[in-house]
Design a protein around this ligand. Structure first.
Ligand SMILES: *Cc1c(COP(=O)(O)O)cnc(C)c1O
Length: 470
Protein backbone atom coordinates (compact mmCIF):
# COMPACT_ATOMS: atom_id res chain seq x y z
CA UNK A 1 0.00 0.00 0.00
CA UNK A 2 1.23 3.47 -0.93
CA UNK A 3 0.29 6.65 0.92
CA UNK A 4 0.03 10.13 -0.57
CA UNK A 5 -0.04 13.56 1.06
CA UNK A 6 -3.23 15.63 1.16
CA UNK A 7 -1.17 18.58 -0.09
CA UNK A 8 0.14 16.81 -3.15
CA UNK A 9 3.87 17.51 -3.12
CA UNK A 10 5.49 15.24 -0.49
CA UNK A 11 6.82 11.91 -1.78
CA UNK A 12 4.52 8.87 -1.57
CA UNK A 13 5.56 6.51 1.24
CA UNK A 14 4.85 2.94 2.26
CA UNK A 15 3.26 2.01 5.60
CA UNK A 16 6.59 1.90 7.43
CA UNK A 17 7.43 5.37 6.08
CA UNK A 18 4.14 6.98 7.13
CA UNK A 19 4.29 5.41 10.58
CA UNK A 20 7.71 6.89 11.30
CA UNK A 21 7.11 10.23 9.52
CA UNK A 22 3.87 11.44 11.13
CA UNK A 23 3.33 14.69 9.21
CA UNK A 24 4.16 14.83 5.47
CA UNK A 25 7.05 17.11 4.49
CA UNK A 26 4.69 19.46 2.58
CA UNK A 27 2.66 20.00 5.76
CA UNK A 28 -0.10 17.62 4.64
CA UNK A 29 -1.39 14.37 6.13
CA UNK A 30 -0.92 10.95 4.62
CA UNK A 31 -3.87 8.97 3.25
CA UNK A 32 -3.91 5.65 1.36
CA UNK A 33 -3.64 6.08 -2.40
CA UNK A 34 -6.97 4.22 -2.71
CA UNK A 35 -9.35 2.54 -0.27
CA UNK A 36 -9.17 -1.23 0.00
CA UNK A 37 -12.69 -2.67 -0.24
CA UNK A 38 -14.08 -5.87 1.27
CA UNK A 39 -16.91 -7.80 -0.39
CA UNK A 40 -20.06 -8.59 1.57
CA UNK A 41 -18.88 -12.19 1.81
CA UNK A 42 -15.51 -11.16 3.24
CA UNK A 43 -17.21 -8.99 5.88
CA UNK A 44 -19.65 -11.77 6.78
CA UNK A 45 -16.69 -14.10 7.31
CA UNK A 46 -15.28 -11.73 9.96
CA UNK A 47 -18.20 -12.27 12.37
CA UNK A 48 -17.20 -13.82 15.66
CA UNK A 49 -13.43 -13.47 15.25
CA UNK A 50 -11.41 -12.61 18.38
CA UNK A 51 -10.55 -8.88 18.39
CA UNK A 52 -6.85 -9.30 17.57
CA UNK A 53 -7.68 -11.54 14.62
CA UNK A 54 -10.33 -9.12 13.33
CA UNK A 55 -7.67 -6.39 13.62
CA UNK A 56 -5.34 -8.42 11.38
CA UNK A 57 -8.07 -8.86 8.71
CA UNK A 58 -9.07 -5.19 8.71
CA UNK A 59 -5.55 -3.73 8.82
CA UNK A 60 -3.66 -6.17 6.55
CA UNK A 61 -4.50 -4.27 3.33
CA UNK A 62 -2.99 -1.09 4.85
CA UNK A 63 0.23 -2.68 6.11
CA UNK A 64 0.86 -4.85 3.02
CA UNK A 65 4.42 -4.52 1.80
CA UNK A 66 5.72 -3.38 5.21
CA UNK A 67 4.56 -6.19 7.54
CA UNK A 68 3.84 -9.86 6.94
CA UNK A 69 0.55 -11.14 8.28
CA UNK A 70 2.48 -13.06 10.96
CA UNK A 71 4.28 -9.89 12.09
CA UNK A 72 1.02 -7.93 12.17
CA UNK A 73 -0.65 -10.70 14.17
CA UNK A 74 2.13 -10.75 16.78
CA UNK A 75 1.90 -6.95 17.19
CA UNK A 76 -1.92 -7.06 17.53
CA UNK A 77 -1.82 -9.90 20.05
CA UNK A 78 0.69 -7.97 22.16
CA UNK A 79 -1.28 -4.71 21.97
CA UNK A 80 -4.76 -6.13 22.64
CA UNK A 81 -3.57 -8.60 25.25
CA UNK A 82 -3.09 -5.61 27.54
CA UNK A 83 -6.80 -4.79 27.72
CA UNK A 84 -8.75 -5.67 30.84
CA UNK A 85 -11.77 -7.01 28.92
CA UNK A 86 -11.15 -9.94 26.64
CA UNK A 87 -13.55 -8.59 24.02
CA UNK A 88 -11.23 -5.50 24.03
CA UNK A 89 -14.06 -3.13 22.97
CA UNK A 90 -17.27 -4.65 24.39
CA UNK A 91 -20.71 -3.46 23.32
CA UNK A 92 -23.50 -2.90 25.87
CA UNK A 93 -27.16 -2.27 25.12
CA UNK A 94 -28.86 0.84 26.51
CA UNK A 95 -32.33 0.37 25.04
CA UNK A 96 -34.04 -0.90 21.88
CA UNK A 97 -32.06 1.43 19.60
CA UNK A 98 -29.05 2.66 21.57
CA UNK A 99 -25.79 0.90 22.32
CA UNK A 100 -22.53 1.83 23.97
CA UNK A 101 -19.14 0.78 22.58
CA UNK A 102 -16.76 0.73 25.54
CA UNK A 103 -13.35 1.84 24.32
CA UNK A 104 -11.82 2.48 27.74
CA UNK A 105 -10.59 -0.96 28.84
CA UNK A 106 -6.95 -0.19 28.02
CA UNK A 107 -4.22 0.66 30.53
CA UNK A 108 -4.89 4.43 30.71
CA UNK A 109 -8.71 4.42 30.59
CA UNK A 110 -9.34 6.25 27.29
CA UNK A 111 -9.90 5.06 23.72
CA UNK A 112 -6.48 6.35 22.72
CA UNK A 113 -4.97 3.15 24.14
CA UNK A 114 -6.56 1.12 21.32
CA UNK A 115 -4.36 2.84 18.75
CA UNK A 116 -1.32 3.77 20.83
CA UNK A 117 -0.69 0.29 22.23
CA UNK A 118 -0.31 -0.82 18.62
CA UNK A 119 1.66 2.27 17.54
CA UNK A 120 4.27 1.77 20.29
CA UNK A 121 4.87 -1.77 19.02
CA UNK A 122 4.98 -0.62 15.39
CA UNK A 123 7.65 1.95 16.26
CA UNK A 124 9.78 -0.66 18.00
CA UNK A 125 9.41 -3.13 15.12
CA UNK A 126 10.34 -0.68 12.37
CA UNK A 127 13.17 0.99 14.32
CA UNK A 128 14.73 -2.35 15.10
CA UNK A 129 14.57 -3.32 11.45
CA UNK A 130 16.26 -0.11 10.25
CA UNK A 131 18.57 0.18 13.29
CA UNK A 132 17.32 3.66 14.11
CA UNK A 133 16.30 5.67 17.13
CA UNK A 134 13.25 7.93 17.38
CA UNK A 135 12.57 10.92 19.61
CA UNK A 136 8.85 11.34 20.09
CA UNK A 137 7.72 14.82 21.00
CA UNK A 138 4.09 15.51 21.82
CA UNK A 139 1.77 17.92 23.57
CA UNK A 140 -1.27 16.70 25.46
CA UNK A 141 -4.39 18.08 27.03
CA UNK A 142 -4.47 14.83 29.03
CA UNK A 143 -5.42 11.56 27.36
CA UNK A 144 -2.91 11.26 24.50
CA UNK A 145 0.03 11.83 26.84
CA UNK A 146 -0.72 9.02 29.25
CA UNK A 147 -1.67 6.57 26.49
CA UNK A 148 1.50 7.32 24.51
CA UNK A 149 3.73 7.10 27.57
CA UNK A 150 2.26 3.77 28.61
CA UNK A 151 2.74 2.48 25.05
CA UNK A 152 6.46 3.31 24.81
CA UNK A 153 7.75 3.29 28.42
CA UNK A 154 10.84 1.12 28.68
CA UNK A 155 10.93 0.36 24.94
CA UNK A 156 14.27 0.40 23.21
CA UNK A 157 15.13 2.95 20.52
CA UNK A 158 12.45 5.42 21.59
CA UNK A 159 12.54 8.46 23.88
CA UNK A 160 9.35 10.33 24.60
CA UNK A 161 9.07 13.99 25.61
CA UNK A 162 5.52 14.90 26.59
CA UNK A 163 4.50 18.50 27.24
CA UNK A 164 1.39 19.23 29.29
CA UNK A 165 0.04 22.63 30.34
CA UNK A 166 0.96 23.02 34.01
CA UNK A 167 -2.08 22.85 36.31
CA UNK A 168 -4.55 22.34 33.45
CA UNK A 169 -4.88 18.56 33.34
CA UNK A 170 -6.82 16.51 35.90
CA UNK A 171 -4.88 14.93 38.78
CA UNK A 172 -5.61 11.44 37.43
CA UNK A 173 -4.38 12.45 33.98
CA UNK A 174 -1.18 14.05 35.35
CA UNK A 175 -0.31 11.14 37.61
CA UNK A 176 -0.88 8.65 34.78
CA UNK A 177 2.01 10.42 33.01
CA UNK A 178 4.32 11.55 35.79
CA UNK A 179 4.40 8.34 37.82
CA UNK A 180 5.93 6.42 34.90
CA UNK A 181 9.59 6.48 35.91
CA UNK A 182 11.16 4.60 32.95
CA UNK A 183 14.35 6.38 31.85
CA UNK A 184 13.08 6.98 28.28
CA UNK A 185 10.06 8.96 29.53
CA UNK A 186 10.40 12.74 30.00
CA UNK A 187 7.43 14.74 31.30
CA UNK A 188 7.51 18.50 30.98
CA UNK A 189 4.97 20.84 32.57
CA UNK A 190 4.83 24.03 30.52
CA UNK A 191 3.51 27.25 31.94
CA UNK A 192 0.81 28.29 29.49
CA UNK A 193 -2.09 26.64 27.66
CA UNK A 194 -2.31 23.45 25.64
CA UNK A 195 -2.16 25.56 22.46
CA UNK A 196 1.18 27.05 23.63
CA UNK A 197 2.59 23.56 24.22
CA UNK A 198 1.26 22.34 20.87
CA UNK A 199 2.82 25.31 19.04
CA UNK A 200 6.24 24.45 20.53
CA UNK A 201 5.94 20.85 19.38
CA UNK A 202 5.02 21.93 15.86
CA UNK A 203 8.03 24.27 15.83
CA UNK A 204 10.35 21.38 16.74
CA UNK A 205 9.21 19.37 13.70
CA UNK A 206 10.49 22.06 11.35
CA UNK A 207 13.50 23.37 13.34
CA UNK A 208 16.73 23.02 11.31
CA UNK A 209 18.81 23.28 14.51
CA UNK A 210 17.12 20.12 15.80
CA UNK A 211 17.36 18.25 12.50
CA UNK A 212 21.13 18.78 12.40
CA UNK A 213 21.77 17.94 16.06
CA UNK A 214 23.36 14.63 17.05
CA UNK A 215 25.36 14.65 13.81
CA UNK A 216 22.17 14.74 11.69
CA UNK A 217 20.84 11.57 13.29
CA UNK A 218 18.00 13.23 15.18
CA UNK A 219 14.69 11.69 14.05
CA UNK A 220 11.52 13.16 15.46
CA UNK A 221 8.25 11.20 15.57
CA UNK A 222 4.58 11.96 16.20
CA UNK A 223 2.04 10.19 18.36
CA UNK A 224 -0.97 12.41 17.80
CA UNK A 225 -3.68 11.48 15.33
CA UNK A 226 -1.94 13.06 12.36
CA UNK A 227 -0.18 9.67 12.40
CA UNK A 228 -2.04 7.41 9.95
CA UNK A 229 -1.33 4.24 11.95
CA UNK A 230 -3.50 5.55 14.78
CA UNK A 231 -6.53 6.06 12.56
CA UNK A 232 -6.02 2.67 10.96
CA UNK A 233 -6.14 0.91 14.34
CA UNK A 234 -9.40 2.68 15.18
CA UNK A 235 -11.16 1.38 12.04
CA UNK A 236 -11.21 -2.08 13.62
CA UNK A 237 -13.73 -1.35 16.38
CA UNK A 238 -16.28 0.02 13.91
CA UNK A 239 -16.17 -3.39 12.25
CA UNK A 240 -16.30 -5.19 15.61
CA UNK A 241 -19.42 -3.30 16.73
CA UNK A 242 -21.27 -3.40 13.41
CA UNK A 243 -20.65 -7.15 12.97
CA UNK A 244 -22.18 -7.83 16.37
CA UNK A 245 -25.27 -5.83 15.38
CA UNK A 246 -25.87 -7.72 12.15
CA UNK A 247 -23.62 -6.10 9.54
CA UNK A 248 -23.12 -6.43 6.66
CA UNK A 249 -26.78 -7.42 6.25
CA UNK A 250 -27.92 -4.58 8.52
CA UNK A 251 -26.84 -0.94 8.61
CA UNK A 252 -25.54 0.69 11.79
CA UNK A 253 -25.08 4.35 12.83
CA UNK A 254 -22.37 5.68 15.17
CA UNK A 255 -22.26 8.76 17.39
CA UNK A 256 -18.71 9.92 18.05
CA UNK A 257 -17.53 12.49 20.64
CA UNK A 258 -15.21 14.48 18.43
CA UNK A 259 -12.23 16.81 18.85
CA UNK A 260 -9.45 16.35 16.32
CA UNK A 261 -11.72 14.37 13.92
CA UNK A 262 -9.48 11.28 14.18
CA UNK A 263 -11.89 8.82 15.72
CA UNK A 264 -14.84 9.68 13.47
CA UNK A 265 -12.59 9.72 10.39
CA UNK A 266 -11.78 6.08 11.19
CA UNK A 267 -15.54 5.45 10.84
CA UNK A 268 -15.45 7.11 7.43
CA UNK A 269 -12.59 4.78 6.46
CA UNK A 270 -14.64 1.75 7.60
CA UNK A 271 -17.48 2.92 5.33
CA UNK A 272 -15.09 3.30 2.36
CA UNK A 273 -13.96 -0.29 3.01
CA UNK A 274 -17.50 -1.57 2.56
CA UNK A 275 -18.94 -1.57 6.09
CA UNK A 276 -22.59 -0.50 5.75
CA UNK A 277 -22.70 2.61 7.94
CA UNK A 278 -26.01 4.47 7.85
CA UNK A 279 -24.69 7.66 9.45
CA UNK A 280 -21.76 9.07 11.43
CA UNK A 281 -22.84 11.61 14.02
CA UNK A 282 -20.10 14.12 14.81
CA UNK A 283 -20.82 15.22 18.39
CA UNK A 284 -18.99 18.37 19.50
CA UNK A 285 -19.09 20.41 22.69
CA UNK A 286 -19.37 24.21 22.61
CA UNK A 287 -16.04 24.30 20.76
CA UNK A 288 -18.09 23.65 17.66
CA UNK A 289 -15.96 24.45 14.60
CA UNK A 290 -16.79 21.04 13.10
CA UNK A 291 -20.51 21.45 13.69
CA UNK A 292 -20.43 24.81 11.93
CA UNK A 293 -18.33 23.42 9.09
CA UNK A 294 -20.59 20.42 8.49
CA UNK A 295 -23.89 22.28 8.89
CA UNK A 296 -23.09 25.58 7.13
CA UNK A 297 -19.72 25.13 5.39
CA UNK A 298 -18.06 27.72 7.64
CA UNK A 299 -14.73 26.40 8.98
CA UNK A 300 -13.45 29.24 11.13
CA UNK A 301 -11.54 28.97 14.40
CA UNK A 302 -12.40 31.02 17.46
CA UNK A 303 -11.05 30.84 21.00
CA UNK A 304 -11.09 27.64 22.99
CA UNK A 305 -13.70 27.56 25.78
CA UNK A 306 -12.63 25.17 28.57
CA UNK A 307 -15.33 22.55 29.31
CA UNK A 308 -15.81 19.42 31.41
CA UNK A 309 -14.91 17.40 28.29
CA UNK A 310 -11.37 18.78 27.87
CA UNK A 311 -10.23 16.27 25.25
CA UNK A 312 -12.68 17.91 22.84
CA UNK A 313 -11.67 21.50 23.68
CA UNK A 314 -9.96 22.30 20.42
CA UNK A 315 -10.53 24.77 17.64
CA UNK A 316 -8.60 23.29 14.73
CA UNK A 317 -9.30 19.65 13.87
CA UNK A 318 -6.21 18.37 12.07
CA UNK A 319 -7.82 15.29 10.58
CA UNK A 320 -10.64 17.23 8.94
CA UNK A 321 -8.08 17.93 6.21
CA UNK A 322 -8.18 14.24 5.31
CA UNK A 323 -11.94 14.40 4.71
CA UNK A 324 -11.66 17.63 2.71
CA UNK A 325 -9.07 15.93 0.50
CA UNK A 326 -11.07 12.74 -0.04
CA UNK A 327 -14.36 14.55 -0.72
CA UNK A 328 -12.78 17.40 -2.68
CA UNK A 329 -11.68 15.27 -5.63
CA UNK A 330 -8.31 14.26 -4.11
CA UNK A 331 -6.72 17.39 -5.55
CA UNK A 332 -3.57 18.04 -3.47
CA UNK A 333 -2.66 21.34 -5.14
CA UNK A 334 -6.16 22.79 -4.60
CA UNK A 335 -6.26 21.63 -0.98
CA UNK A 336 -2.78 23.05 -0.27
CA UNK A 337 -4.10 26.39 -1.52
CA UNK A 338 -7.27 26.13 0.60
CA UNK A 339 -5.25 25.22 3.73
CA UNK A 340 -2.78 28.07 3.16
CA UNK A 341 -5.75 30.42 3.18
CA UNK A 342 -7.01 28.89 6.39
CA UNK A 343 -3.60 29.11 8.05
CA UNK A 344 -3.36 32.81 7.14
CA UNK A 345 -6.86 33.89 8.20
CA UNK A 346 -8.04 31.07 10.54
CA UNK A 347 -11.18 30.79 8.39
CA UNK A 348 -12.31 29.11 5.18
CA UNK A 349 -15.44 27.97 3.32
CA UNK A 350 -15.90 24.38 2.27
CA UNK A 351 -16.43 23.87 -1.46
CA UNK A 352 -19.79 22.52 -2.65
CA UNK A 353 -18.20 19.16 -3.44
CA UNK A 354 -16.72 18.95 0.06
CA UNK A 355 -20.03 19.89 1.69
CA UNK A 356 -22.14 17.50 -0.35
CA UNK A 357 -19.65 14.68 -0.03
CA UNK A 358 -19.51 15.07 3.74
CA UNK A 359 -23.29 15.37 4.07
CA UNK A 360 -23.77 11.94 2.47
CA UNK A 361 -22.39 10.27 5.61
CA UNK A 362 -21.94 12.84 8.39
CA UNK A 363 -24.47 14.65 10.57
CA UNK A 364 -23.27 16.94 13.34
CA UNK A 365 -24.60 18.14 16.66
CA UNK A 366 -23.35 20.70 19.19
CA UNK A 367 -23.89 19.79 22.83
CA UNK A 368 -23.54 22.38 25.58
CA UNK A 369 -22.48 21.84 29.20
CA UNK A 370 -26.05 21.59 30.55
CA UNK A 371 -27.05 19.01 27.92
CA UNK A 372 -23.89 17.04 28.65
CA UNK A 373 -24.68 16.94 32.37
CA UNK A 374 -28.30 15.95 31.62
CA UNK A 375 -27.09 13.08 29.44
CA UNK A 376 -24.89 11.77 32.29
CA UNK A 377 -27.85 12.00 34.68
CA UNK A 378 -30.17 10.34 32.11
CA UNK A 379 -27.79 7.42 31.55
CA UNK A 380 -27.52 6.88 35.30
CA UNK A 381 -31.29 7.08 35.89
CA UNK A 382 -32.61 5.19 32.85
CA UNK A 383 -29.83 2.79 31.97
CA UNK A 384 -28.04 2.41 35.30
CA UNK A 385 -24.78 3.36 33.56
CA UNK A 386 -22.26 5.94 34.73
CA UNK A 387 -20.70 7.55 31.65
CA UNK A 388 -17.96 10.15 31.30
CA UNK A 389 -18.54 13.72 30.02
CA UNK A 390 -17.17 13.01 26.52
CA UNK A 391 -19.36 9.94 26.11
CA UNK A 392 -22.34 11.96 27.39
CA UNK A 393 -21.90 14.40 24.52
CA UNK A 394 -22.04 11.47 22.11
CA UNK A 395 -25.13 10.03 23.78
CA UNK A 396 -26.98 13.35 23.74
CA UNK A 397 -26.24 13.76 20.03
CA UNK A 398 -27.27 10.15 19.31
CA UNK A 399 -30.69 10.70 20.89
CA UNK A 400 -31.24 14.14 19.39
CA UNK A 401 -30.32 13.57 15.75
CA UNK A 402 -33.25 11.28 14.91
CA UNK A 403 -31.94 8.18 13.16
CA UNK A 404 -34.48 5.73 11.60
CA UNK A 405 -35.72 3.65 14.59
CA UNK A 406 -34.86 0.42 12.77
CA UNK A 407 -31.16 1.35 12.68
CA UNK A 408 -29.07 0.66 15.80
CA UNK A 409 -27.10 3.69 17.00
CA UNK A 410 -23.79 3.03 18.74
CA UNK A 411 -22.32 5.76 20.94
CA UNK A 412 -18.56 5.52 21.35
CA UNK A 413 -17.60 5.60 25.05
CA UNK A 414 -14.22 7.29 24.73
CA UNK A 415 -13.15 7.47 28.39
CA UNK A 416 -13.75 5.66 31.65
CA UNK A 417 -15.90 7.81 34.00
CA UNK A 418 -13.26 7.61 36.77
CA UNK A 419 -10.91 9.66 34.63
CA UNK A 420 -13.27 12.65 34.99
CA UNK A 421 -14.78 11.81 38.36
CA UNK A 422 -15.39 15.40 39.54
CA UNK A 423 -17.61 16.22 36.55
CA UNK A 424 -19.35 12.85 36.81
CA UNK A 425 -20.03 13.37 40.50
CA UNK A 426 -21.46 16.84 39.86
CA UNK A 427 -23.90 15.47 37.27
CA UNK A 428 -24.91 12.17 38.87
CA UNK A 429 -24.01 12.34 42.57
CA UNK A 430 -21.93 9.18 42.11
CA UNK A 431 -18.13 9.23 42.36
CA UNK A 432 -16.76 6.45 40.13
CA UNK A 433 -13.91 4.42 41.63
CA UNK A 434 -10.64 4.02 39.74
CA UNK A 435 -10.45 0.51 38.27
CA UNK A 436 -7.96 -1.91 39.83
CA UNK A 437 -5.67 -1.87 36.82
CA UNK A 438 -4.47 1.68 37.52
CA UNK A 439 -3.32 0.45 40.95
CA UNK A 440 -1.95 2.77 43.59
CA UNK A 441 -1.78 5.81 41.30
CA UNK A 442 -2.05 8.25 44.18
CA UNK A 443 0.69 6.63 46.25
CA UNK A 444 3.33 6.54 43.52
CA UNK A 445 6.26 8.90 43.19
CA UNK A 446 5.87 11.58 40.50
CA UNK A 447 8.66 12.89 38.30
CA UNK A 448 8.52 15.83 35.90
CA UNK A 449 10.27 19.11 35.17
CA UNK A 450 8.59 22.49 34.91
CA UNK A 451 9.73 24.80 32.15
CA UNK A 452 8.69 28.33 31.18
CA UNK A 453 6.65 28.79 28.00
CA UNK A 454 9.85 29.52 26.09
CA UNK A 455 10.63 27.60 22.90
CA UNK A 456 14.44 27.69 23.15
CA UNK A 457 14.36 26.36 26.72
CA UNK A 458 12.17 23.43 25.71
CA UNK A 459 14.21 22.62 22.61
CA UNK A 460 17.48 22.67 24.58
CA UNK A 461 15.95 20.42 27.22
CA UNK A 462 14.99 17.90 24.53
CA UNK A 463 18.32 17.89 22.68
CA UNK A 464 20.27 17.55 25.92
CA UNK A 465 18.33 14.44 26.96
CA UNK A 466 17.46 12.64 23.70
CA UNK A 467 19.48 9.46 23.24
CA UNK A 468 19.83 9.20 19.45
CA UNK A 469 22.41 6.47 19.80
CA UNK A 470 21.91 5.05 16.32
C1 LIG B 1 -9.14 12.35 22.26
C2 LIG B 1 -10.50 12.21 22.84
C3 LIG B 1 -11.67 12.55 22.11
C4 LIG B 1 -11.62 13.16 20.73
O1 LIG B 1 -11.16 12.27 19.74
P1 LIG B 1 -10.67 12.80 18.31
O2 LIG B 1 -10.11 11.61 17.63
O3 LIG B 1 -9.62 13.83 18.62
O4 LIG B 1 -11.84 13.39 17.62
C5 LIG B 1 -12.90 12.31 22.70
N1 LIG B 1 -12.99 11.79 23.95
C6 LIG B 1 -11.91 11.48 24.68
C7 LIG B 1 -12.08 10.94 26.05
C8 LIG B 1 -10.62 11.66 24.15
O5 LIG B 1 -9.54 11.33 24.89
Amino acid sequence: MKYISTRGSAPALDFEGVTLAGLASDGGLYVPESWPRFSEGEITAMAGLPYAELAVRVMAPFTAGSLTEEQLRALCEGAYGRFSHDAVTPLTQFDQQHWLLELFHGPTLAFKDVALQLLGRLFEHFLEKSDRHLTIVGATSGDTGSAAIDAVAGRERVDIFMLHPEGRVSDVQRRQMTTVLAPNVHNIAISGSFDDAQAMVKAMFVDPALASSHGGRFHIGAVNSINWARLMAQVVYYFAAALQLGAPQRKVAFSVPTGNFGDVFAGYVAAQMGLPIERLIVATNVNDILHRALSTGDYSAGHVTPTAAPSMDIQVSSNFERLLFCEGGRDGAALAEQMRGFEATKAMQLTNAQRQGAAALFTSARVDEAQMAQAMAYAAAHYGEIIDPHTAIGLHAAREVGVDPAVPVVTLATAHPAKFRDAVERATGARPALPKRVGDLFEREERYDSLPGDYAAVRDYVTARATQSA
